[in-house]
Write a protein that binds this ligand. Structure first.
Ligand code: CA
Length: 225
């Protein structure tokens, strides 16, 4: 298993390299985000250990760029507690996991092995069906480049449909994903919100992306309708 370590602090980078080599990994090291990105593009690594605070391009930009280029190599981000970015933001860029410095080598290896088992799955940071796009991190929704204003609930509902685009999703599943345990109403709340969602993402554009499957649920056309 070949791992890329992107870390600017020389002693930490060398410690990581030596430790991972001792654990049987093949390791390449980059000391700047720019070099890391270049290597990640050139070499099919099995995983990348990526520091966030880097000279040149920071880890946040490196990860986002790789995902934008549809490079799905698992990324484990290293963050400092007092860092400029937090873990949540790191994961929003398409990173798979994070560790806060200082961390034990054993924990790093365990997390890395877990990522390697999962492999490079496609998990775009932006969800889309045709020209309908949702950025789950920011909640930003666009249709053909036009920005739409959705409530948090409507965006969550759209996210469920986009993640399962092309499949029929039952009202019960939607309810479980979008409403919390406190909610004890029936599935007609889903129908109401689907109606509102259609009024925003479909009707103004003369589209019919969200299909009703009577008595069961809804399907979002994979091509965006
Ligand atoms: Ca650093």
């Amino acid at each position: 298993m070949r791992v890329l370590v992107v870390e600017d602090e020389p002693r930490l980078a060398e410690g990581l390299r030596a430790g991972l080599v001792a654990d049987g990994f093949a390791v390449d090291v980059a000391h700047t985000g720019t070099d890391g990105l270049w290597l990640a593009r050139e070499v099919p690594f099995d995983a990348i250990v990526l520091d966030l605070m880097l000279p040149g391009q920071n880890g946040y930009q490196v990860c986002r760029t790789l995902r934008d280029e549809e490079n799905w190599t698992p990324v484990l981000v290293l963050t400092a507690k007092d860092g400029e970015w937090d873990e949540v933001e790191a994961l929003d860029t398409g990173a798979d996991d994070y560790l806060t410095k200082p961390f034990s080598h054993a924990v790093l290896v365990a997390r890395l092995r877990a990522l390697l088992r999962r492999g490079a799955r496609e998990r775009p940071a932006i969800l889309s069906a045709g020209d309908l796009r949702l950025d789950p991190a920011s909640g930003r929704v666009t249709r053909g480049g036009t920005e739409l204003t959705l409530t948090r609930r409507e965006a969550a509902l759209l996210e469920v449909l986009l993640r399962r685009r092309g499949e029929v999703v039952s009202k019960r599943e939607i309810l479980d994903h979008v409403w919390d345990f406190e909610f004890d109403g029936g599935t007609n709340v889903v129908e109401v919100h689907i109606g509102r969602l259609r009024d925003k993402v479909d009707r103004p554009f003369g589209r019919q992306a969200i299909e009703t499957h009577r008595g069961f649920g809804y399907r979002l056309a994979a091509d965006g309708g």
